[in-house]
Design a protein around this ligand. Sequence first.
Ligand code: NAI
Length: 222
Amino acid sequence: MEKSNVQVPLRERDISSTKDISQAVITRLPRYFRYLGDLKDAGVERISSQELSRIMRVTASQVRQDFNHFGGFGQQGYGYNVEYLYVEIAKILGLNQLHRLIIIGAGNLGQALANYMNFEKRGFIITGIFDINTELIGEKIRNIPIQPMEKMKSFVQENDVDIAVLTVPKSSAIKVAEQLVECGIRGIWNFAHIDLEVPDNVLVENVHLSDSLMKLSYLISK
Ligand code: NAI
């Protein structure tokens, strides 16, 4: 890892060529992005694939292969320019633009997510919170009022919301997902433990913390 003043010339990259990359590579990109962010914050300007692979705990050839999907990024004998790589991966991950989020279900999990401020550092802005429980309506989380579901559609359309965080009980999730599709939402971050059927133009990312816990249980039980 070296601190250097040498700059790699920036050139425009055809991000559209990243459409066909595998899920496995996409899954690794946020990790690269986090580690590169840490390196950048530590003032590191360039890094070799060997060093990056050591930090990432993958092989150097894996790093090179991953980045080759996007046309390389590195230069022989120089390695990777940390800042450049960070910015390019951010572009691939769509983090070079703001994403407006709403949270549906202001219970335990919805409130915890609404209170987590680090999403904003990555450009994910929580703009609205919705619930059916009339007792919660009007309460505020980090100054964002909880609104009734009837207001969701117009709110999404007027505020350019593209992602919904689904933290309602499993029994309500399918119905709420249908409402979200009707609102024109493009992505659903689904925490409810149920598979959602949505049209192809709506993307769902399921998050199940308990799966990760069960994996840990398996590992310690072996
Ligand atoms: P909770 O009961 O505290 O909150 C659920 C909220 O959703 C309530 O405020 C309720 O009024 C609201 N709600 C119910 N039906 C609704 C509807 N049709 N429209 C709008 N709002 C509605 O539950 P908690 O603990 O916050 O969990 C929320 C969901 O997240 C559950 O499905 C739970 O299983 C899931 N969960 C998932 C985790 C994961 O890792 N994926 C971890 C923890 C919870």
